[in-house]
Design a protein around this ligand. Structure first.
Ligand code: CU
Length: 78
């Protein structure tokens, strides 16, 4: 963990989004998350119906990310 020690609060999660069904969904999700401050990377996959998100917890919370996904039609399954 020493290589990224200057980025203290970076967190990576995989969110299950069952409604993600095609490449258009992938684009929508990646554009939505990409527009949010604090998200350093967002990668959606239609094969696994999930989204890998890397974000700075000091800037944005996981709850906000989930809300943003829900707003564009992809509620996160827990
Ligand atoms: Cu779609």
């Amino acid at each position: 963990m020493s290589d990224i020690s200057d980025i203290q609060n970076l967190r990576q999660v995989t969110l299950q989004t069952p409604d993600l069904s095609c490449s258009h969904c992938v684009k929508t999700i990646q554009e939505t998350l990409g527009s949010l401050d604090g998200i350093t990377s967002a990668s959606a996959s239609e094969d696994t119906k999930s989204v890998d998100v890397e974000f700075d917890e000091e800037v944005i919370s996981l709850g906000k990310i989930e809300s943003a996904l829900r707003e564009v039609g992809y509620p996160v399954q827990r």
